[in-house]
Design a protein around this ligand. Structure first.
Ligand code: SF4
Length: 323
């Protein structure tokens, strides 16, 4: 009698994938393309996902890293990560026609930075150097903002007035790591002021909570997302910190390494806030097609009902996009 291999147990996280800010940013580019026709220039990857960018490029979007690369008078979309005020001024001087796809939750952090700077505070920005969002937020008050990436950076801070210190954070940090940095900051500067709510956004927080749940129940966790996606990278770290034997960031099903699944009975599957659901479906089909197949169970951790309004001037058209 031939023995059949046992199906792989696949635990699928909920929530996962697109957040409201990413959904809105992609819709903005698609609507701009339909309403105004190509080319629509997009400053920086609209969201940090290679497949999303390639899909929009195929529809006529042109991605540039600098507003100076857009011909005078051209239509320019600012990405979900936000831009510094200097970029807006430069675009205006060059008579570009801007459409702002900055996530409203990133705008909220910009406004906090602006307010604290106006009140004369030194602002500690907890985030990752070089990330588009950090570059944009820093541009709100470059003379007042100091970037802190770790607890060690907090020890090295030398701030002029311990009574006028505030902190803000990037929206896509590890919740636990950021809490450690805030604790260290408050230990040094007990009167440091922080955001009324969280700066780390609901989508980052929820995806990390669901990833922890996967890590507690699966040996290996797969996170679908691009290598340059901050929130996806954090999900891999969170899975490892929460006890998964291994966690891998994969662009799509083609990136799954069979060696990772050798002897494994349960795999957790999730996706970052910028990863399309079709890529997750592709991974499920890949796992189902392996010898023994796969049984998929959804792990419901939280429900999400967030959506953001579109910028004025863009109207939803009756034809739905096929993404
Ligand atoms: S991850 Fe959060 S801050 Fe970033 S676009 Fe999504 S909702 Fe907005």
């Amino acid at each position: 009698m031939t023995s059949h291999p046992t199906p792989l147990q696949v635990l699928l996280a909920a929530p996962r994938g697109f957040c409201a800010g990413v959904d809105r940013a992609i819709e903005i580019v698609e609507l701009a393309l339909r309403q105004y026709g190509p080319p629509v220039y997009v400053r920086h990857a609209i969201v940090h996902n290679t497949h999303v960018v390639a899909d929009l490029e195929a529809k006529g979007a042109v991605f540039v890293e600098d507003e100076d690369d857009v011909p005078e008078g051209g239509l320019i979309v600012f990405s979900a990560h936000g831009v510094a005020p200097q970029v807006r001024r430069n675009a205006e001087q060059r008579a570009l026609r801007p459409i702002d796809a900055t996530c409203p939750l990133v705008t909220k952090v910009h406004l906090e930075a602006r307010d604290y700077a106006r009140l004369g505070y030194s602002i500690v920005l907890i985030g990752h150097a070089g990330h588009q969002e950090v570059i944009g937020t820093t541009g709100e008050a470059p003379e007042a903002i100091m970037l802190v990436e770790s607890v060690e950076d907090v020890s090295a801070l030398d701030l002029p007035d311990p009574e006028r210190i505030a902190y803000i954070t990037q929206t896509t940090l590890s919740v636990d790591e950021a809490a450690g940095i805030v604790d260290a900051l408050k230990a040094r500067y007990p009167n440091a002021r922080g955001p009324r709510g969280e700066d780390i956004c609901y989508a980052t927080t929820n995806r990390q909570a669901a990833t922890k749940e996967l890590a507690a129940r699966a040996e290996v966790v797969l996170v679908v997302g691009s290598a340059h996606s901050s929130n996806s990278q954090r999900m891999v770290e969170v899975a490892l910190a929460a006890g998964a034997d291994a966690a891998h960031l994969i662009e799509d099903a083609g990136a799954v390494d069979e060696a990772w699944l050798d002897g494994v009975r349960t795999v957790g599957l999730t996706s970052g806030a910028s990863a399309p659901e079709s890529l997750v479906t592709g991974v499920i089909w890949y796992l189902r097609d392996r010898p023994g197949g796969a049984q998929v169970t959804t792990v419901d951790v939280l429900e999400e009902h967030m959506s953001f309004a579109l910028p004025a001037g863009l109207r939803r058209l009756p034809v739905q996009s096929a993404r």
